[in-house]
Design a protein around this ligand. Structure first.
Ligand SMILES: *Cc1c(COP(=O)(O)O)cnc(C)c1O
Length: 377
């Protein structure tokens, strides 16, 4: 059996090696390292793939979130509601911009931001909601957009984990993750579903004016060379990364299907194990692209299971072990423990299994049987 990896980037590279190497060499030969034609080409291809009017590439997913918030003109003291159960980048940029993060609880099934909790958290100072499409599946965007409309709020989708996922509205129409809010961010960190070979990110929007504003912000606030109209940042996707991403974008649906196939195999092995709750899927289609395959265990010592798997050569992760509202940097006396029953429980119960495009049946069988044997003692 091949050694099991949490994320296997080498196997994926080997399959597209010739194309990627050629694409990178083109950048080296033309020396168009910054804002070269590869960046533009990737941007156009991603706009087409997502069916969104504007993609603005930038340096990483954290910058993308920050720039999206700067572009919306959010001001110090504005309250921004986001999920308590996510990667810290989401709340970090809110705090950095001196906006006030308002963390709320998530759903016990799909781990995404809870609609009732959002409603409860809205005050006259609330300006935006940041749903994070966690682990590869969209938050309840229909309800979120309704709330946003009723209260005149911006919606910034943190789509770092769900690129290529679709969302189905009640009337049957579908949209790509990251194209439903006013603006969205994504990350091309190597382990993400569409990852490059370094850092990268992008902002998406259908709003022409906002796209224009953001294009200036990513480039030192310049709309005309050496005229700085707003305070900006320097955040660029470099051409070498764009060269990689443009090749990988063509394979994104295939990659996501491979992830779904692995998830289906995990689901089948675990579905009758009462101590294991397999990941909830909002519908049977391709709505979930499994950035992570995350189980909840009950009446099982989760940390002992993690240790046992590691001893057997099976890497696994706990995403996320601490609720954001309990992180030192984001503690706030306004929070009540009673408002976070789900997150407080999930941090104890979740375990994420190896998930990538190169998992084979033998590996999945070894992983699932090792877990089931542990549970059966
Ligand atoms: C990865 C990630 C980010 C940050 O992306 P970087 O490219 O690492 O800056 C932000 N939000 C979420 C939910 C992520 O998973």
């Amino acid at each position: 059996m091949k050694k099991i990896q949490m994320v296997d980037l080498k196997g994926q590279y080997d399959e597209i090696k010739d194309l990627v190497n050629t694409s990178i060499l083109e950048v080296l030969e033309t020396t168009a390292y910054i804002n070269g034609p590869k960046v533009h080409q990737f941007q156009k291809n991603l706009e087409q793939y997502l069916d969104v009017k504007h993609v603005i590439p930038c340096a990483n997913g954290t910058d993308a979130l920050q720039i999206a918030m700067m572009g919306l003109g959010l001001k110090p003291g504005d309250e921004v509601i986001t999920a308590d159960f996510t990667f810290a980048a989401t709340v970090e940029v809110i705090a950095l911009l001196q906006l006030t993060p308002v963390l709320v609880d998530v759903n016990p099934d799909d781990f995404n931001i809870n609609i009732e909790a959002i409603k409860k958290a809205i005050t006259p100072k609330t300006k935006a909601i940041v749903p994070v499409h966690l682990f590869g599946q969209c938050a309840n965007m229909e309800a979120i957009m309704e709330i946003a409309k009723a209260h005149n709020l911006f919606v910034i989708e943190d789509n770092a984990q769900a690129i290529g996922a679709t969302y189905t509205f009640k009337n049957g129409t579908k949209a790509q993750a990251g194209t439903m809010g006013h603006v969205a961010s994504t990350s091309f960190f190597p382990s993400k579903n569409l990852g490059c070979y370094g850092d990268g990110g992008a902002i998406f929007t259908n709003d022409d004016d906002l796209a224009h504003t953001i294009r200036g912000i990513v480039n030192h606030g310049m709309y005309e060379r050496y005229h700085h109209d707003v305070v900006g940042v320097n955040s660029r996707l470099d051409s070498v990364q764009a060269a990689v991403l443009d090749i990988k974008l063509k394979n994104l649906d295939t990659y996501n299907r491979k992830r779904i196939k692995a998830a289906n195999a995990y689901d089948a092995a675990f579905k009758n194990i009462k101590e294991i709750m397999i990941p909830y899927r909002n519908d049977d289609g391709d709505s979930h692209v499994f950035h992570q395959y995350t189980l909840q265990v009950k009446d099982v010592d989760r940390d002992a299971l993690v240790k046992h798997l590691n001893e057997k050569g099976i890497p696994c992760g706990v995403y996320y072990p601490i609720p954001l509202h309990k992180q030192k940097a984001y503690e706030d006396s306004r929070y009540n423990e009673g408002d976070f029953p789900v997150t407080n429980q999930l941090v104890k119960n979740v375990i994420s299994l190896p998930m990538h495009t190169e998992l084979d049946d033998e590996q999945i069988e070894f992983i699932t049987s090792t877990i089931i044997n542990f549970i059966n003692g």
